[in-house]
Ligand binder design. Structure first.
Ligand code: SF4
Ligand code: SF4
Length: 347
């Protein structure tokens, strides 16, 4: 069942959601957008470009407590899996695709109970991109500008109203009952088709030149291409901004803190990642990715080679956040293009 909603009824819809859920929505902040918990529909922006942090961070938050322990009796250790009911609203396809991938990655044994618990209590309302939302993105190259699953409702702007694809029972429950939504009619569907034809015209320029399907292969061939990795490594400040903003970076450190009474404590998750110098430091002081060049290469390989090998698709959804956040101006698009160019030269 698909439905429509008039644009000026969206506020009423959000107001209804606020009665039952924590509503997380894109909010304008200092010229950019962030996903925030809102308490009034007027705070939400349906039309926004890529947010500073991706919405998945509401399912995988920093400093989340993972377990509580009792130092006097360690058998009393308890997993803390929190699960407030929340709706992530107006999520772009690239970010939905990132969540889909993380659902698989974090369900692998040993599964991440905290993520999965929070994910189960999270509903997702998608929002269709009818053209590129900003520069420095490569979602179109990867086919991640479209989401086929991973949402409960999916909004498409068809001019003055939204066509809403209802994908799950939870989605159906959100649109039933209050008379805001109408069953989609033939004319609505025709307008949807028209909007999607416009989307095809909007997404017409690839960021990476060449056959993106071969990228993983060409990367492997470029593993020792110092002219790429050493050059990028010289620029990299190892600040970690690129990994913090990435919707498919999930590495973390487990940190224990003990209460001053030395009886109880907590273990929490602190985001961590491969671009930071200390990430690969192991007992004895050895660091198995000492240079920034190795670390930059690892990040690119993790996205485009290792995740692809394991899960059958690229771990870079093309959101461009790492490019926007890098003060050293390291661009994964440029790196991909250099790898492709190298492959063309070597034919
Ligand atoms: S944001 Fe840029 S400078 Fe910082 S670690 Fe990432 S690539 Fe290096
Ligand atoms: S690697 Fe960069 S462009 Fe790709 S998903 Fe992560 S932040 Fe987005």
């Amino acid at each position: 069942m698909d439905v429509t909603i008039q644009s000026n009824d969206v506020d009423r819809f959000i107001r209804g959601l606020l009665l039952y859920y924590d509503v997380i929505a894109p909010v304008a902040r200092d010229g950019r957008f962030v996903f925030e918990r809102i308490d009034d529909p007027s705070m939400a922006s349906l039309k926004y470009d890529t947010t500073l942090l991706p919405p998945i961070k509401w399912i995988y938050p920093n400093n989340e407590i993972l377990l509580e322990f009792d130092l006097k009796d360690i058998t009393k250790t308890e997993v803390v899996a929190q699960s407030r009911k929340q709706v992530l609203t107006f999520v772009h396809p690239c970010d939905i695709n990132a969540i889909n991938l993380m659902d698989e990655v974090l369900a692998e044994e040993p599964s991440d109970v905290n993520y999965l618990t929070r994910r189960q209590s999270t509903l997702i309302i998608g929002y269709e991109c009818l053209g590129p939302c900003r520069e420095n993105i490569l979602c179109f190259d990867k086919g991640y500008h479209i989401a086929y699953r991973g949402f409960d409702l999916f909004f498409t702007d068809i001019g003055g109203r939204y066509y809403v694809h209802v994908a799950t029972d939870a989605g159906r429950a959100m649109v039933e009952g209050d008379g805001i939504f109408k069953k989609a009619a033939y004319d609505d569907w025709k307008d949807l088709m028209r909007a999607r034809a416009e989307r095809k015209k909007g997404f017409n320029k690839k960021a990476v030149e060449g056959d993106i399907g071969m990228l993983s292969h060409f990367l492997k061939e470029a593993y020792n291409a110092d002219e790429i990795w050493e050059a990028e490594g010289r620029k990299c400040l190892s600040c970690g901004a690129c990994i913090i903003v990435c919707p498919t970076c999930y590495c973390f450190d487990a940190v224990d803190e003990v209460c001053p009474d030395m009886e109880k404590g907590v273990r929490y998750r602190r985001w961590d990642g491969c671009q930071l110098r200390g990430f690969c430091k192991v007992a004895g002081g050895e660091n198995f990715r000492k240079s920034a060049a190795e670390r930059v290469r690892h990040r690119v390989f993790k996205k485009e080679v290792y995740l692809k090998k394991r899960f059958g698709r690229s771990g870079c959804v093309g959101c461009g956040r790492c490019i926007d956040s890098c003060i050293a101006k390291i661009s994964i698009i440029d790196i991909f293009n250099r790898v492709m160019e190298r492959a063309r030269r070597n034919v």
